[in-house]
Ligand binder design. Structure first.
Ligand code: PNS
Length: 188
């Protein structure tokens, strides 16, 4: 186990199984891992910072050396204030590499003593991103297996309380229309 604190910064909007996989891997190799949610993102998030904090706390409860926090402004300044020795970021595919390299080199320019460590999540999550999860869920598609169950539940509640995912069991119920009994599919 590496001595010192590592920061895993990100938007986590929402946290995915890929994020969780990386947290579990990171927790094994760092003494302490701080998951840091960016507060001042320009993007308009689907989940508030408080909601993301709550989800991440619930998801990492079993990882005793993992802590959840939020930050504002420059990430390297936050990392310094936490006396972190490195930044953890995930790389899924080559398409992530260019952005991550740019960010790592900019962070190194800003704070040369801080190293960025890249880890790969399990290959089964290599196509999973928060953006695609939001897109699929907003369009009514199933996100089972892509996000932890509590996140799936939060997505249901967020999108539309009346909205039902496609993979839920459907029940056939009789409906009386104009005196005739018609069968329709009712989404549970
Ligand atoms: O999950 P994301 O959205 O890819 O995470 C990006 C994040 C939050 C790590 C990055 O945008 C960041 O660190 N922002 C804080 C501002 C900062 O330090 N910018 C300079 C980094 S090159």
């Amino acid at each position: 186990m590496n001595k010192g604190i590592a920061i895993y910064p990100g938007s986590f909007d929402p946290p995915t199984n890929g994020h969780l996989d990386l947290m579990e891997r990171g927790a094994k190799i760092f003494e302490e891992l701080v998951i840091a949610i960016l507060r001042n993102s320009e993007k308009s998030p689907m989940f508030s910072v408080a909601e993301r904090l709550e989800m991440l706390r619930a998801l990492t409860g079993h990882l005793k050396n993992v802590r959840i926090d939020t930050f504002d402004g420059l990430m390297v300044e936050y990392a310094k204030s936490m006396q972190a020795v490195c930044i953890l970021r995930g790389i899924r595919a080559i398409s992530d590499y260019e952005y991550e390299l740019q960010m790592a080199l900019m962070n190194r320019k800003l704070e040369p003593t801080l190293e960025t460590v890249f880890m790969m999540p399990a290959d089964k999550y290599s196509y999973v991103s928060s953006r695609l999860v939001r897109e699929v869920a907003q369009a009514g598609g199933p996100v089972k297996g892509l996000v932890p169950e509590i996140v799936e539940q939060k997505l249901r509640e967020k999108i539309d309380p009346a909205y039902k995912f496609r993979d839920e069991p459907r029940e056939i119920v009789p409906e009386i229309i104009g005196g005739r009994e018609k069968k329709r599919k009712k989404r549970a």
